[in-house]
Write a protein that binds this ligand. Structure first.
Ligand SMILES: O=C(CO)[C@@H](O)[C@@H](O)COP(=O)(O)O
Length: 229
């Protein structure tokens, strides 16, 4: 079942160590088939160099395993909350990539200091609030998804394709698993640049709004013209 999606999700997972976003098994990628209401996700805790396409786990949106010999990623219920709320999203990534995770551990959103950021993320990349002790003890992974959704109450997931979870790490998404990985790579680069920018100039303001608007619009707006559009 879902052989093509399994291959896509497998390849997207394997891109994480190639891009230096993963140490050991610290991350996961999923993709969804909306017509079937099923998602495919990496199994939990299996070393990347042992992973095979057929090891990907098929889940329904209620959190039941539909196919696969392994247990799914421990973050599956977070992915499910995001898929349920963000209808345009087709792929999700979670990593502990060090620069993005450093901002998450500082419980800080990443300000938009330049056009690299604005080309992909419109405005600050937010940091979701910390979970309460009760939210951690009961339903932790689902609640991680719910606080991300709280953070997006007044944001569009298509404008800001990622978030930081306080004291934890980043989640990113996209139209499919490959685009979600692309956005994870960009987030890591932008997190590094923002840190270095603040070292060079503490107290800096975000990039001018007109510049942020121009760079986001020319790639993603109704009249986008970046590349071969
Ligand atoms: O946050 C954590 C562990 O603290 C997980 O995201 C990470 O180790 C990946 O777990 P899975 O192998 O996907 O279950």
């Amino acid at each position: 079942m879902l052989e093509e999606l399994k291959m896509q999700v497998y390849e997207a997972n394997m891109e994480l160590p190639r891009r230096g976003l993963i140490t050991y098994t610290w991350g996961n990628v999923s993709g969804i088939d909306r017509s079937k209401g099923l998602l495919v996700i990496k199994p939990s805790g299996i070393e990347y160099d042992e992973l095979r396409p057929e090891d990907m786990v098929v889940m329904d949106l209620e959190g039941n395993r539909v196919e696969g010999r392994y247990k799914p990623s421990s973050d599956t219920l977070t992915h499910i909350e995001l898929y349920k709320a963000f209808e345009s999203v087709g792929g999700i990534v979670h990593t502990h990539s060090p620069w993005a995770t450093s901002w998450a551990q500082a419980c800080r959103g990443i300000p938009c200091y330049g056009t690299t950021h604005a080309d992909y993320y419109y405005g600050e990349i937010p940091c979701a609030r910390s979970l309460t002790a009760e939210e951690i003890q009961e339903g932790y992974e689902k609640n991680t998804g719910l606080v991300i959704l709280e953070t997006f109450a007044n944001r569009l997931p298509g404008h800001v394709p990622g978030v930081l979870c306080s004291n934890h790490g980043p989640f990113t998404w996209g139209k499919d698993a490959g685009e979600a990985v692309h956005n994870a790579v960009v987030l890591e680069e932008v997190a590094k640049m923002a840190y270095q920018t603040e070292q060079l100039k503490p107290g800096l303001q975000q990039a001018p709004q007109a510049l942020q608007d121009k760079h986001f619009e020319r790639k993603h707006g109704a009249n986008a013209y970046y590349g071969q559009k």
